[in-house]
Design a protein around this ligand. Structure first.
Ligand code: NAI
Ligand code: MG
Length: 503
């Protein structure tokens, strides 16, 4: 047991006990082969610790635990109101331990501590929100004539396999655990290789709140090994995934053999359309937030910014200045820092590669494209915020998801052209429009092919509002009431009231 915990001392003075095992049936266990994966601090490139990485055999063990819990009397007897109470307890515990949790996120993911605190607020808010829903998901009675009584019941789906990414590690866990638990499912959740730590600390909170063994099982492991074993396991009824579009497609293929219920939230190259009647300071502020926040590691990043030709130069100048002023690069624990390192060496190199591609494609690089010279101690995965001016639709930097602080500015002259360009992508996660004309705002929102549209802002999502994409950005919705539909299914019951007495 003691070998499955390690004391971590963070640079901000926080010292805590980090679990390093697999969390199965409310117990900490090592992986079957003892294999581990390292957790790297992206600001220093040093290893923080290593955690056990599940094999297919471990995944099987976790799924069996979730299955037994789902079928067992203990969890079945926890009715909606009681599930809600457990979830509210989790919310309170997360809130009271937010400083430790935010410290872990900052250490393992590299996001500034102040932004990590915002992530943790999202976690306890989502648990409270879905805790409130737990006793409010029910069916209907449906009139079908005098001789029948017909109703629907909303049932949990069963064992849910959840696979989450590294950009908002605990936030993404909450988005998936909240509705799954509110509806009475049981779960095996796998964290991303790059950010294995916070969810293990969170596991102890679930036990403290009183969740029965097997209801939530938490594993780390490699996508190709543990992730794919989870997706293919015949005892898993549903798979929920957030991550890249290619991995999402792979998951669909793997899940098809057992015809699992799936929800996918994948990539994007979302547009922000700024008309010439927009308030430029407001457009600049949201254009910046929409692609430069969280080191640009946002699935809904509005990374293609279409600007009307009349205001293009003025906008580009103001945007560049605002980015230079706001995007303070530094250690995640330094209060002044707005931009920490990218999450991993792979992501860091991917972004630098796009800087080189932009150059080769002959794009005008207004700012950035290189390693950040101001990075502390000449170490860590820090890049310069990058702005490409006048990008052309054939360019790779225009088409492909970069997932970094990397914006492309594009000129347009008419509303029709702007809509055509904005929709000219295989993705359809989000879109945004800035204009002072309310009629145009709604007209354009209506025509944008995206799961979400922001008007006069970007990326100010809210856990009470459905979130998800169209086209190759995903299937299904998370958050809001719609999030419950992804974790419950309807059963229809037909009661015949006219019994035949003779045959
Ligand atoms: P990824 O999509 O491969 O990884 C996300 C999760 O899927 C991780 O937990 C991983 O272990 C798991 N996974 C990987 N392969 C799997 C498989 N065959 N079966 C089951 N699970 C599997 O993303 P990665 O490699 O970390 O990042 C690559 C790119 O993906 C990024 O540059 C970005 O463009 C995009 N991305 C998008 C995210 C979003 O929020 N939509 C989040 C993370 C990455
Ligand atoms: Mg890490």
């Amino acid at each position: 047991m003691s070998s499955l915990t390690q004391t971590i001392n963070a640079p901000n003075g926080v010292s805590y006990q980090q679990p390093t095992g697999l969390f199965i049936n409310n117990e900490w266990v090592p992986s079957s082969t003892g294999q581990k994966l390292p957790s790297i601090n992206p600001a220093t490139e040093e290893e923080i610790t290593s955690v056990h990485a599940a094999t297919a055999q471990d995944v099987d063990k976790a799924v069996r635990a979730a299955r037994a819990a789902f079928e067992g009397d203990e969890w079945q007897s926890v009715v909606g109101t009681a599930r809600g109470k457990l979830m509210l307890k989790v919310a309170d515990l997360v809130e009271s331990q937010q400083h430790v949790l935010a410290t872990i996120e900052a250490l393992d993911n590299g996001k500034p501590y102040s932004q990590a605190l915002g992530d943790i607020e999202e976690v306890f808010s989502v648990f409270r929100y879905y805790g409130g829903w737990a006793d409010k998901t029910y069916g209907q009675t449906i009139e079908t004539g005098r001789h029948k009584f017909t109703y629907t019941v909303r049932e949990p789906i069963g064992v849910c396999g959840q696979i989450i990414p590294w950009n908002y590690p605990l936030g993404m866990a909450a988005w998936k655990l909240g509705p799954a638990l509110a509806c009475g499912n049981t779960v095996v959740i796998k964290a991303a290789e790059q950010t294995p730590l916070s969810i293990l600390y969170f596991a102890n909170i679930l036990v403290e709140a009183g969740f029965p063994p097997g209801v939530v099982n938490i594993i780390n492991g490699y996508g190709s090994e543990a992730g794919s074993a989870l997706v293919q396991h015949p005892e898993v009824d549903k798979v929920a995934f957030t991550g890249s579009t290619p991995t999402g497609k792979q998951i669909m293929r793997l899940a098809s053999d057992t015809m699992k219920n799936i929800t996918l939230e994948t990539g994007g190259k979302s547009p922000l359309v700024i008309f010439d009647d927009a308030q430029i300071p407001n457009a600049v502020k949201w254009a910046h937030y929409g692609v430069m926040g969280n080191m640009g590691q946002i699935c809904t990043a509005t990374s293609r910014i279409f600007v009307h030709e009349k205001i293009f130069d003025a906008f580009a100048r103001a945007f560049k200045q605002y980015v230079a002023k706001t995007q303070v690069i530094g250690c995640p624990f330094d209060e002044k820092t707005y931009q920490g390192p990218q999450v991993s060496k792979a992501q860091f190199e991917k972004i630098l590669e796009y800087g080189r591609i932009a150059e080769q494609e002959g794009a005008t690089i207004l700012a950035g494209g290189k390693i950040a010279e101001s990075r502390p101690n000449d170490k860590g995965f820090f890049v310069e915020p990058t702005i490409i001016s006048d990008a052309q639709p054939h360019m790779r930097v225009y088409k492909e998801e970069i997932f970094g602080p990397f914006a492309v500015l594009v000129k347009f002259s008419t509303e029709t052209e702007a809509i055509r360009l904005a929709n000219g992508t295989e993705y359809g996660l989000a879109a945004a429009v800035c204009t002072s004309d309310i009629t145009r705002a709604h007209r354009v929102a209506n025509k944008l092919k995206a799961g979400m549209v922001w008007i006069n802002s970007s990326n100010n999502s809210d856990f009470r509002v459905p979130f998800g994409g169209v086209k190759q950005s995903g299937i299904g919705r998370e958050l809001g009431q719609a999030g419950l539909e992804a974790y419950s299914q309807l059963k229809s019951v037909h009661l015949n009231l006219q019994l035949t007495e003779q045959i």
